[in-house]
Design a protein around this ligand. Structure first.
Ligand SMILES: NC(=O)C1=CN([C@@H]2O[C@H](COP(=O)(O)OP(=O)(O)OC[C@H]3O[C@@H](n4cnc5c(N)ncnc54)[C@H](O)[C@@H]3O)[C@@H](O)[C@H]2O)C=CC1
Ligand SMILES: O=C(CO)COP(=O)(O)O
Length: 346
């Protein structure tokens, strides 16, 4: 690892962008946070708090905030993107040429349709001269902002990018591990959100601990089956960006996807659950996209089918659960079979 700390810009002033920028500022990394809302930018600069997304967290006074996108990017060597997937391309379209030569790291855990594109693939399209990476792992923003310990994964084919991101983000509270499987790391982060919705629902229904463990384990099998079919390395799913992130979002009521599932389990509509959240829950869109892709590709994903049937086809929950519990009883561990399927994307 190198000691050099590059200058950084974080795009997106929501929960995760603010958290990442604040973490780096508190480690004396020169960092600018870009957000759209001038009122919020002024509040953060003067009061050192983001009351909408991180209420009660004292932000570091060295954190620079701006609403001027060009100024934010001008001196940045590393650009982190923490923009919801629904707006990701729109933001990139404004700045593609300015990203030439910079290290651009997506932290966004969603999938674009049409095309079934990961966010870093959108970066490649909109900023073809950038160095591209992704960051993913068990990283609930509020916990990181509160100083809890965790780890994450930076994934890129570009080893210098991995080293530079480790240098700016790694600190006593956050370990940053490197991976070359960008596609697998990114897919893991997007897919687990769907299973967090199911887990939130199971929690609201008062299901047992055995049931929750079964759900998480079968979720891992299902998402890995899909990912291997798509060319990812199955071993990636045993790491922080796979099982690590799956566990945290499936067990923590802090997860927004879990909260949407919980609301559904309590009988709220999807619209009510999402509206009350007031923040992004990427799993809702990923569920739609994934259901369609799994059908096109012929990948067996009974949990995705079941959740889709409840959320979008308005099938009764007991009938869906009964169908899931009468599904074919196949192999427990499919990793041996996954390993013989050669990864094509890394
Ligand atoms: N919050 C978390 O714990 C973590 C979130 N992520 C991922 O980070 C991404 C962003 O999530 P959060 O920050 O949590 O969302 P959030 O809902 O807390 O905030 C979203 C932010 O994006 C801004 N935004 C939306 N459209 C925009 C546009 N067109 N231009 C500029 N800004 C725009 C909003 O104003 C808001 O500040 C998501 O894909 C999420 O999955 C990843 C790891 C942890
Ligand atoms: O990705 C996350 C934690 O790693 C955040 O999950 P939620 O978007 O469900 O809050």
């Amino acid at each position: 690892m190198t000691d050099r700390k590059a200058s950084v810009c974080v795009l997106g002033g929501g929960s995760f962008g603010t958290t990442l920028a604040n973490l780096m500022a508190s480690e004396a990394v020169p960092v600018t946070l870009w957000l759209r809302d001038p009122e919020m930018a002024r509040h953060i600069s003067e009061q050192h708090e983001n009351p909408r997304y991180l209420p009660g967290i004292a932000l570091d006074e060295r954190l620079q905030v701006t609403t001027d996108l060009n100024a934010a990017l001008a001196t940045a060597e590393i650009v982190f993107l923490a923009i919801p997937s629904s707006s990701f391309r729109t933001v990139l379209q404004q700045i593609g040429p300015q990203l030439a030569g910079k290290q651009v790291v997506s932290t966004t855990k969603g999938i674009e349709q049409p095309g079934f594109l990961m966010m870093s693939q959108i970066v490649e399209q909109e900023a073809p001269e950038a160095h591209v990476g992704v960051l993913s792992g068990p990283n609930l923003a509020k916990e990181i902002a509160a100083g809890e310990l965790t780890a994450t994964v930076v994934a890129s084919e570009d080893e210098q990018l991995c080293r530079d991101v480790q240098a700016v983000l790694g600190c006593a509270n956050l370990r940053v591990y490197a991976s070359q499987d960008r596609y697998g790391v990114e897919l893991g982060g997007a897919l687990k959100n769907v299973y967090a919705i199911i887990s939130g629902m199971a929690s609201a229904l008062g299901m047992g601990e055995n049931t929750k463990a079964m759900l998480i384990t079968r979720a891992l099998a299902e998402m890995t089956r899909f990912a291997v079919h798509m060319g990812a390395n199955p071993l990636t799913f045993l790491g922080l960006a796979g099982v690590g992130d799956l566990i945290v979002t499936c067990v923590s009521p802090q997860s927004r996807n879990f909260q949407v599932g919980h609301a559904l389990g309590k009988g709220e509509t999807l619209e009510q659950g999402v509206a009350r959240l007031g923040q992004v829950a990427e799993g809702v869109n990923t569920l739609r996209v994934l259901k369609q892709k799994a059908a096109e590709e012929g990948v067996y994903m009974p949990l995705v089918d079941g959740l889709h049937a409840i959320v979008f086809e308005h099938k009764p929950l007991p009938a869906v659960i009964a169908r899931l519990m009468s599904a074919e009883q196949k192999n427990d561990v499919e990793f041996a079979a996954f390993m013989s399927a050669a990864p094509v994307k890394s």
